[in-house]
Design a binder for this molecule. Sequence first.
Ligand SMILES: *[C@@H]1O[C@H](CO)[C@@H](O)[C@H](O)[C@H]1NC(C)=O
Ligand SMILES: *[C@@H]1O[C@H](CO)[C@@H](O)[C@H](O)[C@H]1NC(C)=O
Ligand SMILES: *[C@@H]1O[C@H](CO)[C@@H](O)[C@H](O)[C@H]1NC(C)=O
Ligand SMILES: *[C@@H]1O[C@H](CO)[C@@H](O)[C@H](O)[C@H]1NC(C)=O
Ligand SMILES: *[C@@H]1O[C@H](CO)[C@@H](O)[C@H](O)[C@H]1NC(C)=O
Ligand SMILES: *[C@@H]1O[C@H](CO)[C@@H](O)[C@H](O)[C@H]1NC(C)=O
Length: 451
Amino acid sequence: MIFHKKTKLAGLVLILLTLYCFHRLSNVRTQKVIEVVSFNQLHESPNTSQNESKPQPEGETGLEDAKTELLGLSVNATVNPIEAINSLNYLNLHHDVYNSDTYGGLKEVSIILIIQVHNRANYLKLLIDSLANVPEINSTLLIFSHDIYDKDVEALIKGIKFAQVIQIRYPYSLQIFHDQFPGADPLDCDASIAKEKAEVVRCKNWKYPDTYGHYRIPTLSQIKHHWWWKMNYVFDGIIDRYDLNTNVLLLEEDHVVTPDVFHVLNKLIALRDTECRDCGIISLGLFVRTYTNYIRDISKVGRQTWFGKHNTGIVLNKELWNEFRNCSQLFCEFDDYNWDWSLIQISYKCFENKLIALYPKAPRVLHIGDCGVHTHKCSSQTSALKVSALFQKANHSFYPENMAITEKFSKVPKISKPNGGWGDVRDRALCKLNTHPLNSDTWDFNANLLT
Ligand SMILES: *[C@@H]1O[C@H](CO)[C@@H](O)[C@H](O)[C@H]1NC(C)=O
Ligand SMILES: *[C@@H]1O[C@H](CO)[C@@H](O)[C@H](O)[C@H]1NC(C)=O
Ligand SMILES: *[C@@H]1O[C@H](CO)[C@@H](O)[C@H](O)[C@H]1NC(C)=O
Ligand SMILES: *[C@@H]1O[C@H](CO)[C@@H](O)[C@H](O)[C@H]1NC(C)=O
Ligand SMILES: *[C@@H]1O[C@H](CO)[C@@H](O)[C@H](O)[C@H]1NC(C)=O
Ligand SMILES: *[C@@H]1O[C@H](CO)[C@@H](O)[C@H](O)[C@H]1NC(C)=O
């Protein structure tokens, strides 16, 4: 009972706070709160309100808070899609840089961590706690990219005081487009209906099953869309815009990092420059089945053609990203809903030479998400507990002074067949649109690509 009352109270406080912020920002349109607000109307147009060529903290603190609270209240309302997208684009363009006064602004940033988040706040908390334990974290920029509004996730991110933080939001989110593409259009084919049957019932996308005869599953498609949009947005809308020249490290909400993650990254960069000049990509999160040999391997480094084992904790820069983006057609058309397998295709099929990965044998980015897309029966904390025990045991072994390349595989791993899930022409077209998020038209909701 008490719990119930508390929840209600929290909801009420949220609404009051929102109304208060909204009032402060604009005396007029309070009654429009429940509609998706066109943030453009709240303030001057993007063209006049901000000098886009250099960082400028938002003048009014709390502006972003108010905007995101409104976003939370608005997601269930019937929305005009164009207005929703404009609102999210506006919010992205007018992001706050949290804690920039404390840490010297974006010019002090030595590495950018791009963190794709959904709604698993319990995992995200562990990631944030692990980041807080990294001594050099104060010179990083954390960019959180959302595809859903989640109160607990928002609160965790707002609570971060140890680094500079920017938040961006994927505009074509299922939370907003829940009953139309890119979400689940009720007239679309069920994922597993046979094509012959689909043709008879004339569900909308009957002509476009994947390699294996299945139709799209919006929740799965969204992950690849979000990933691609986020990468392009960060490189164009943040790295280019502020003229930053740093590496980026890719993380997800169910990862954790070791305290020596940047120490190790610097060692690997030094090794690459001296002993492995053809190592085009660094992966801090080698996939390992057990941590039995973790301490034994703590200072060992490996080198291998980049493939699925090295898809976690990857580090790249703008040059490499531009090479990937140059192969956007392959990424967007390859029939696989996994962003990582699609990216590996690029390395194998579009690059002149397949990428070579350099990686610590004892991973410094670890995956703890037992409950995710690929697993349904799971107990959410098993891996987290294992990792926590490992961190205690390895505590005095971290920060190896010398690291050396101890394994070099010359055999090129065979890559698997496409996993499917990406047969729909609309997914391919939206992916191409998201290749240039700053310079694209809005998705045409009236176009019929399914002819
Ligand atoms: C912003 O500027 C661009 C070109 O500089 C123009 O095409 C666009 O219409 C402007 N938008 C607004 C809202 O004024
Ligand atoms: C934006 O800032 C740059 C560098 O400070 C300056 O040269 C430019 O005139 C500014 N542009 C506008 C539109 O204020
Ligand atoms: C939206 O609706 C769903 C189900 O109808 C509900 O669970 C959720 O709390 C609502 N979200 C907001 C922000 O009101
Ligand atoms: C980060 O912390 C270190 C050591 O505490 C300090 O020397 C450095 O100036 C800080 N850097 C920033 C950007 O705050
Ligand atoms: C871009 O990719 C194409 C293949 O799609 C390739 O022929 C071309 O050389 C690439 N360009 C650059 C600059 O990498
Ligand atoms: C690891 O060791 C440091 C001191 O070297 C200590 O401050 C920290 O609490 C230890 N962490 C764990 C998880 O034992």
